[in-house]
Design a protein around this ligand. Structure first.
Ligand SMILES: NC(=O)c1ccc[n+]([C@@H]2O[C@H](COP(=O)([O-])OP(=O)(O)OC[C@H]3O[C@@H](n4cnc5c(N)ncnc54)[C@H](OP(=O)(O)O)[C@@H]3O)[C@@H](O)[C@H]2O)c1
Length: 171
């Protein structure tokens, strides 16, 4: 199964403010490929904190997609969400067995775990030209070894988004 990251990040590397506010991304809500990316995704694997945030949105952002929530805590699924705890490799193997082609891995801690397990195939990172000083990091840390990525594409958007697409070189 292919595992992909697609996220918006502040200039200083944050996915959200500490209180989970995403206000700094608001001025940059032009289409930067998210809709096309979502069309290629058949399953999301998201951290519990990201899940709790999106559950607070007016509208469920993943209609028609399979969603797996990484959590140690009880989940009260309203749209068939599944829970998973522990290493991501067995989950990835199970999803592949069940016919999933491409997974969207989201949430800073969740992404870090995918990187630590060397499971992430590509990352599309859209940087907005705002530094927020503190918050919830895209890469909260912990990778045990250096990983080399290949820069596959760079796109600049009128609002100031600088998007980089990185892929893992063939293993
Ligand atoms: N700007 C963007 O594009 C973007 C993208 C994604 C997220 N965000 C924002 O970033 C924030 C969330 O990111 P985050 O890094 O704070 O957290 P996160 O990765 O969404 O969630 C982390 C939590 O998920 C659970 N978890 C993760 N891996 C697990 C595993 N393998 N097994 C069991 N449980 C696991 C743990 O919670 P428990 O142990 O408590 O269950 C952990 O504390 C939110 O504010 C969200 O809105 C922004």
């Amino acid at each position: 199964v292919r595992i992909s990251v697609f996220c918006g990040v502040s200039l200083d590397g944050y996915l959200a403010r500490e209180d989970h506010a995403l206000d700094f991304l608001d001025p940059f809500h032009e289409d930067h490929g998210y809709v096309d990316f979502m069309r290629t995704i058949d399953c999301l694997v998201i951290g519990r904190l990201t899940y709790d945030v999106v559950c607070g949105f007016g509208e469920w952002p993943y209609p028609g997609k399979r969603v797996v929530v990484l959590t140690h805590r009880e989940l009260a699924p309203r749209r068939g969400e599944e829970a998973h705890a522990g290493p991501l490799a067995p989950l990835a193997a199970r999803l592949a067995n069940e016919g999933v082609q491409r997974v969207y891995l989201d949430g800073g801690i969740a992404i870090q775990q995918g990187l630590d397990e060397d499971l992430v195939d590509d990352m599309t990172i859209s940087t907005v030209p705002v530094a927020i000083g503190r918050g919830r990091r895209l890469f909260p840390g912990g990778a045990a070894k250096t990983q080399a990525w290949k820069l596959e594409a760079r796109r600049d958007y009128p609002s100031g988004i600088a998007q980089s697409v990185y892929v893992r070189p063939t293993r």
